[in-house]
Design a protein around this ligand. Structure first.
Ligand code: SAM
Length: 215
């Protein structure tokens, strides 16, 4: 971490962060209001999440990122942009989702440019897999959205295959595959990096259809 990130981490995490505990969060207590909650997994250095939090003051945002300098960098942005509707945790997203997020509580889950693990022998390390998608589904409200984006075509195809095999989702794509980049998704650092390497960009957007599997 830079000195600035480290100072922001120490001074701001008690207010704008939360510790990992095996206990569901109370969003009303965490944010002081009952606005809908967007959760982002792996926000990187956090510029795009800060931008969204600024544009949508009537939404709450939770950012999860294992890379601590990224958390520090986003805290610095939060201070400079005077953001109050964003809370952060530096921990594994699967554990946070499983233990700290109540079922049927999120209106949107964002997963932008996850680590691609592009070598075939590493594909099993990709975060998008059947059980991960079941976890996301349990945490979304009915009508809640799951938005993924990647600059690796093979990962986009994998994401689509996993979603097509998962129950109780509706694809927002007219062609039943990808959607154009929604206006409210800022271009992220890793999108720019991918585009610099000549990669394409694929956005996938799905809606949780019902509660039928939650019993
Ligand atoms: C390729 S970067 C993309 C960052 C950002 N979303 C962007 O588009 O610029 C993927 C990020 O996911 C984070 N990450 C990977 N696995 C994670 C996990 N299990 N929980 C939380 N963060 C994770 C990494 O630390 C990294 O910052």
């Amino acid at each position: 971490m830079t000195a600035g990130q480290s100072i922001a981490y120490e001074s701001m995490m008690p207010t704008f962060g939360f510790e990992y505990k095996k206990q569901p969060l109370d969003f009303q207590v965490l944010f002081g209001n009952s606005n809908p909650v967007t959760l982002e997994i792996g926000f990187g250095m956090g510029a795009s999440l800060a931008e969204q939090a600024k544009i949508y003051p009537n939404r709450n945002f939770i950012g999860i990122e294992v890379h601590r300098p990224g958390v520090g960098a986003l805290l610095v942005r939060m201070r400079d942009m005077e953001l109050t509707n964003l809370r952060l945790i530096s921990h594994d997203a699967v554990e946070v989702l499983g233990e700290m997020i109540a079922d049927n509580s999120l209106s949107l889950v964002q997963l932008f440019f996850p680590d691609p693990w592009h070598k075939r022998r590493h594909h099993k390390r990709r975060i998008v897999k059947d059980e991960f998608v079941r976890l996301i589904r349990a945490k979304l409200t009915v009508g809640g959205h799951y938005h993924m984006a990647t600059d690796w075509e093979n990962y986009a195809q994998h994401m689509l295959r996993v979603m097509q095999g998962a129950k109780d989702w509706s694809n927002c794509s007219n062609s039943n595959d990808y959607v154009p980049k929604p206006d409210d998704r800022p271009v992220t650092k890793f999108q720019k990096r991918g585009e610099g390497l000549g990669h394409g960009v694929w956005d996938l957007m799905f809606v949780k259809e019902s509660d039928s599997l939650d019993m």
